[in-house]
Design a protein around this ligand. Sequence first.
Ligand SMILES: [Cu+2]
Length: 361
Amino acid sequence: MLLTNLLATLAVFASAVTAAVATPHHRRDSSKKCKPDKPKNQRKAWHTLSNKEKKAYIDAELCLMSKPATLGLPGATNRFEELQSIHQASGAIIHNVGGFLPYHRYYLYAHEKLLQDECGYKGMQPWWDETRDAGHYSTSVVLDPVTGFGGDGSGPNGCITTGPFASFVNNIGPGYWFGPNCINRYVNDSVSVMAGQAYIDFCRQKQTFAEFWPCFERCPHRSGHGAIGGKLLDAVASPGDPLFYLHHAWLDKLWWEWQELNLGVRLTEIGGVNVSPPRGTPPPPGSVSPNAPEVAPAPSAFPPSDSLNPDLASPYQKPAGDPGNITTLNHVLNMGGIIPNATIAGVMDIRGSGLLCYEYA
Ligand SMILES: [Cu+2]
């Protein structure tokens, strides 16, 4: 519930924002033929990668972290933090809204593209098969100190001390703050139960996007954020833990699998609000699993409450492209210059008819 409440709090601030910003439309490079059946376009599960493939991905992430920032985005000192900065700066309008899934789909693509274009990464964005690890994240291969992302945090701030990112100094967060901080984690196996198949099936049987997205954003979205805790549970600075991208790739895969159940409708089906209702407003009927456990992360895993102050003057906190508060296919996905902005219409299909071309293996 804490994460939900946190996001709802952010939505209160966002509700003051209504202005729209004109943004260019991104066109696909037609010189590149999309062949999603080619292995090079396959996003694979982390546990199926060879150690060499795992190392290539982690090395590319470390490369992004070592490249100086170029775009002047708030707080960012390197390319990895520029992506994180955009998520933080847009925090109030990309969660608890109809654009939640498309935004994060395009955001993952931006990350994948940076790894490939700037750090020579030859692979695709891997995903974390969290269902496989449901109830026992603490023993997941993603947390391996040698071949993975390092393990649980320890000490007063829960900083991670093992793995390739143990010494990474992150300058974004907690919350809307900036300043040097570590990647911290408070791994909680009981929260990770929410990644289980029963929770996924509960949302998967929703018939409309309007019912699907809030169900999905609650569980299984909360599983990874809540069960890893710390940086990853930070509503706006969470992309500071590289596990963010594996968690959201899994969610993107699950959304695509739901779309695939009825592509004729679900390649264009969008909805929801651009600015979510104030905190305390009950969720839509049927959107919450009756069996959903309460999320109870360690209190220190949470950013201080006075860090929850989005910059409302920021263009990134203003929804754009829709005629009103209902999310449409024209809704703009603003990537702050990291990659060109897109509309939701451009990311509904991952098979090459729009901007994206990949498949999940
Ligand atoms: Cu997010």
